[in-house]
Design a protein around this ligand. Sequence first.
Ligand SMILES: Nc1ncnc2c1ncn2[C@@H]1O[C@H](COP(=O)(O)OP(=O)(O)O)[C@@H](O)[C@H]1O
Ligand SMILES: [Mg+2]
Length: 315
Amino acid sequence: MSIQGLVDARLVLVTGKGGTGKSSVAAALGRLSAERGRRTVVVEIDVMQTSMPGLLGRTPEYAPRPVAPHLDVCNVTWAHALEEWLEQAIPVQRVVKLILRNRLVELFLDATPGVREIVILSRVATLCERYDQVVVDLPASGHAIALLQVPWVADDLLHDGPIHQRAGELIALLGRPDTRPCVVVLPEELVVNETLELCEGLARVAPVLAPPVLLLNQAAAPSLAEDERVLLERIAAVVDPASAAGELAAAGRWEADLERATAQALERLSTLGRPVVQFPRLGALGGFQGGPEAVVRQLARALARELAIPTGGEP
Ligand SMILES: Nc1ncnc2c1ncn2[C@@H]1O[C@H](COP(=O)(O)OP(=O)(O)O)[C@@H](O)[C@H]1O
Ligand SMILES: [Mg+2]
């Protein structure tokens, strides 16, 4: 049910703490949508360091470029988005160029809070008109909140004009039932803490936004029984850690720790009353050799399987 909402959405907003796997999840959701025949674009937001070459095999530019059938990738850079915004507002190309070259205008834009965010979100809104699905790889937690709250701030501060009008349109877009947030989380105490704050923050600053689907990445399903755990500890205590048996015992204990951490994370996340989709940590034994693109493909496969399985919780 929960994944279905993400797959059917027009606009998917992926966020979470840094390093949780946000970009991989955004790329995987994009792949899944494209494989289902929907015209899809995966969007980075004004990033200096793009993740997409490793995940989807191409460096994104402002204009969307194809990476697979039905799948494009792009980077919403502020300077380009501003130029596009001005071109829509001012039909005379020469005047747009003059404005963009004017140092005072630059200072004004840098000093006016919210313009940047409105212009960037406007570009996302434009992409929503051109694609069946737009998957946005949002910045990490606090930065995502700062970006998403701007339409409300602008709506409060300004009472007319193009920015006020655009803010209203963006609020409407964020509130659409086919706009869905997805929060990526790891089974680690600090990450879970930040995730709980993030979900609370999203509900506060963007009240019309649907509650997020939670994706617990790098999780481990319970597989070890209590007596197996005890046995592992006993073996680990007596074997030479450098021996093959020692390495196996260490891997077993690592698995046991991850299973425990996963159970604790699920317990704490359950307070949000939202469905939690789990994805395993790849490469528990000896490291995963497939690289980031293979992680994305396996994630997309796992999400597709998830579509066939009811996950419980609210839709
Ligand atoms: N479930 C997983 N198993 C193994 N490696 C993973 C998994 N999820 C993500 N990774 C790897 O972790 C790294 C960070 O992922 P990324 O999607 O770039 O995170 P973020 O965008 O949140 O910073 C990447 O190298 C990615 O391949
Ligand atoms: Mg990233």
